[in-house]
Ligand binder design. Structure first.
Ligand code: NZQ
Ligand code: ZN
Length: 387
């Protein structure tokens, strides 16, 4: 295995006893809290009132940043930084999904920064050189893993760049995250399935990467089997608490840095998906599902053995066929599962116009942790295949 340091400082409360957990955690921080949330779901499902009541009871002095949109923008970050600076924030509390958590991390590293934070963190991929304001999350939508990692993805609408920074600095990780599966039950089916596919793809990105057959691969196979099984149940009955709680925890484990130990990670589906997101503002999970089959079909010849293992260990393919045929059957099984969930399977449905393909390809960051380092023509080929 590659050398690694595993240190994940986020404390997880997997519980429906939100009040006790929040009271205990927030008693450690100062009075000035900034509560960050999205575009209204927490008002509709009543979670906002529950949390504000707890903050009132604790005597906190609260400022609000509302309207954090899916795929949060740099412009929104700028306005939030002003609010948090004026409030002299002691602690940032994210209430929402990956977008709200990511946004709150970006705030945490920008409030005390004297640099241009877009350039520093996202363009130049640097770590913070200032005080980072502590943050915690109350998760209402699962899939991204943002609740237990250092990732933050921000979109610059002016340049059509959607860029993720994975912070290594442990101060950027949430101090705690409260995962209450009941909070996710009000999600639309569309958001639920896209969150499921996002988590699944995080595992694929780490599974199909250069260093094979280590501990992570066995963990990955177990997690994928769990997601396939619980997603089928949740797809038929979104109120199935057991399935929804399994999905929530599997999503966290899929991207909490553990699977990455000893591996590089591919991440090219995410790089292409993010480039699509920069032009379309499409739902993150849908940008991944739309290109996945074309991508994996393309890279399969570069490691047939691993795709064969995927077919057998994840999809229970037992046919007595050639390695290549078994590998293909694995991808067919994945396609069938994706169709069963009704995931988006082409970029046309994301309103990508064919004339945009070249621009999208130009904005893809090319990484080299997978089985095949792509060039721009290959990315265009995959995008066209996904059309
Ligand atoms: O804004 P509101 O009104 O709250 O509605 C949200 C939003 O429209 C809604 N929602 C959330 N919880 C709900 C709910 N609706 C009803 N009931 C609830 N309980 O769901 C919609 C999507 O929310 P969002 O937070 O955007 O989704 P997700 O968690 O998928 O986050 C997506 C963002 O995370 C980034 C993506 O690129 C995207 O910007 N990612 C972050 C990663 C990380 N930090 O490691 C990794 C991922 O690969 C991903 O790139
Ligand atoms: Zn993702």
């Amino acid at each position: 295995m590659n050398n690694f340091i595993f240190h994940n400082p986020t404390k997880i409360y997997f519980t429906d006893e939100v009040e006790q957990s929040l009271e205990f955690e927030l008693s450690k921080y100062g009075k000035n809290i900034v509560l960050v949330y999205g575009c209204g779901s927490v008002h509709k499902n009543g979670i906002f009132n529950q949390i504000v009541k707890i903050l009132d009871k604790l005597g906190k002095n609260v400022a609000y940043i509302d309207g954090v949109m899916p795929n949060p923008t740099l412009e929104k970050l700028n306005s939030g930084v002003k609010i948090a600076r004026e409030h002299k924030a002691d602690f940032l509390l994210a209430l929402g999904g990956g977008s709200v958590c990511d946004y709150t991390k970006a705030l945490a590293v920008s409030i005390n920064s004297s640099d241009d934070y877009w350039d520093r963190y996202f363009i130049n991929q640097l770590e913070p050189n200032c005080d980072v304001v502590s943050l915690g999350c109350i998760l209402t939508m699962c899939g991204t893993g943002s609740e237990m990692n250092g990732g933050s993805v921000i979109t610059n609408e002016k340049t059509h760049q959607k860029i993720g920074k994975v912070f290594n600095d442990k101060r950027v990780f949430p101090k705690f995250s409260i995962l209450n599966p009941k909070y996710t039950l009000s999600l639309s089916k569309y958001q639920m399935i896209n969150g499921i596919y996002d988590a699944f793809n995080h595992i694929l990105e780490q599974y199909f990467s250069k260093e094979d057959d280590n501990v992570s691969d066995y963990l990955a196979e177990g997690l994928m089997r769990s997601i396939i099984s619980s997603s089928k149940i949740a797809n038929k009955n979104p109120n199935d608490y057991k399935a929804r709680s399994d999905i929530m925890w599997a999503s966290t484990l899929a991207l909490n840095t553990m699977l990455h130990c000893g591996k590089n990670g591919d991440w090219m589906v995410h790089m292409i998906g993010q480039a699509i997101g920069g032009f379309t503002n499409a739902t993150h999970g849908a940008t991944l599902s739309a290109i996945s089959l074309a991508y994996y079909e393309y890279i399969m010849p570069y490691n047939i053995d691993k795709f064969k293992r995927f077919a057998i260990n994840v999809w229970d393919i037992k046919d007595n066929k050639s390695d290549e045929e078994i590998a293909k059957l694995g991808l067919f099984a994945m396609r069938d599962w994706m169709s069963e969930l009704d995931l988006c399977m082409n970029i046309k449905d994301l309103l990508v116009d064919e004339s945009l393909i070249e621009d999208i390809a130009n904005n893809v960051f090319i990484l080299n942790g997978g089985y095949k380092e792509l060039n721009k023509d290959e990315i265009i080929h995959i995008l066209k295949k996904s059309f």
